[in-house]
Design a binder for this molecule. Structure first.
Ligand SMILES: NC(=O)c1ccc[n+]([C@@H]2O[C@H](COP(=O)([O-])OP(=O)(O)OC[C@H]3O[C@@H](n4cnc5c(N)ncnc54)[C@H](OP(=O)(O)O)[C@@H]3O)[C@@H](O)[C@H]2O)c1
Length: 291
């Protein structure tokens, strides 16, 4: 059985759906089983064992994801992103379960000029990235039977994300300004969830893998495509001008990585998969009726 932690978040909800679609047994928890508390994890595992349930896999989608807020909330962010994975490593190791965990492009400094590979040196620039990098290290050193998928620029049915924000603003305003100096790959959480679940049942080497949709664009490019597709599908009901601007026009507590593109060659070769282009996935998402 799979224990899906963080099942109410954006990615967790999609993984829950994919597990159900594939008929895989799963039990999901969110805040009610607090990953920062090792006793809570042990108690949950004990309860499942007493009920005759064997947990073979733990998928962890719980994380502290508020990148700016994290700068003033270091302790909470560290507990969730670094101590949490350490606790999960210990709980899974005790029962011989494998772990699938998620990390981020923010472990890199964003000064790269070609897609980041899994073994490129990390150098995070903010609290979120530092704690996620620490979480990777703690998980891998405490349960070697672990997979970590680094991803970026996620959107999906649940929670706040760029696609939802753009659709709302474009229906409200005559123009929106969107940064044109950060490059990355928009990623539909459902595509990532499908690939994550592909790993279950396969005998891939443990370790770190990168996954995003294909493509390398700026947030401005993404907004333009959302506008074009949104207008065509009737999700945006009026004209709105999409204007490019510089990150400096939107001061934030943390500098966003200028370059976030991840090299996906390793996961494609390991699973023998093709990854959808970002425009194709955006279209599937917008046509799914979710937004
Ligand atoms: N979103 C992105 O663009 C993005 C990009 C790169 C990597 N990632 C990574 O992808 C993974 C999933 O991200 P996401 O966007 O799906 O996150 P999310 O929507 O913020 O979901 C996280 C879930 O964990 C829950 N949670 C919070 N504290 C918890 C605790 N102590 N114990 C158990 N559960 C707790 C949250 O509950 P509350 O909502 O009540 O806090 C929420 O339901 C994370 O590892 C993230 O770092 C995300």
């Amino acid at each position: 059985m799979v224990w899906l932690i963080g099942n109410k978040g954006m990615l967790g909800a999609e993984i829950s759906l994919v597990l159900a679609q594939r008929g895989l047994a799963c039990i999901g928890t969110d805040r009610e089983v607090d990953i920062t508390d090792p006793d809570a994890l042990a108690a949950f595992v004990g309860k499942q064992a007493a009920a005759g349930q064997t947990i073979d896999w733990i998928i962890n989608c719980a994380a502290y994801t508020a990148v700016d807020k994290a700068e003033d909330d270091l302790d909470a962010c560290r507990r969730l992103n670094a101590i949490g994975p350490a606790n999960i490593a210990e709980a899974s190791h005790n029962i011989g379960a494998r772990v699938l965990h998620f990390s981020t492009d923010y472990v890199f400094d964003g000064r790269g000029e070609r897609p980041y590979k899994e073994d490129d040196p990390t150098d995070p620039i903010g609290v979120y990235g530092i704690t996620k990098r620490d979480g990777e290290e703690k998980l891998l050193s405490n349960n070697e039977a672990s997979y970590i998928i680094r991803t970026a620029w996620l959107y999906g049915r649940h929670g706040n994300n760029f696609v939802h924000t753009m659709l709302r603003l474009m229906n409200e305003k005559d123009s929106v300004s969107v940064v044109n100096d950060q490059r990355g790959s928009p990623t539909w959480a459902y595509d990532l969830a499908s690939t994550a679940v592909d790993i279950i049942g396969k005998t891939l080497p443990y370790g770190i893998y990168h996954y995003t949709n294909e493509g390398s664009i700026t947030w401005f490019d993404f907004a333009q495509e959302i506008y074009g597709q949104g207008r065509k599908l009737g999700l945006i009901r009026k004209d709105c001008e999409v204007k490019p601007c510089a990150s400096a026009e939107f001061p934030a507590k943390v500098t966003r990585p200028a370059y976030s593109v991840l090299d996906k060659g390793k996961i494609k070769a390991a699973l023998g998969i093709e990854i959808p282009e970002w425009q194709t996935s955006l279209e599937r998402y917008l046509k799914s009726g979710a937004p």
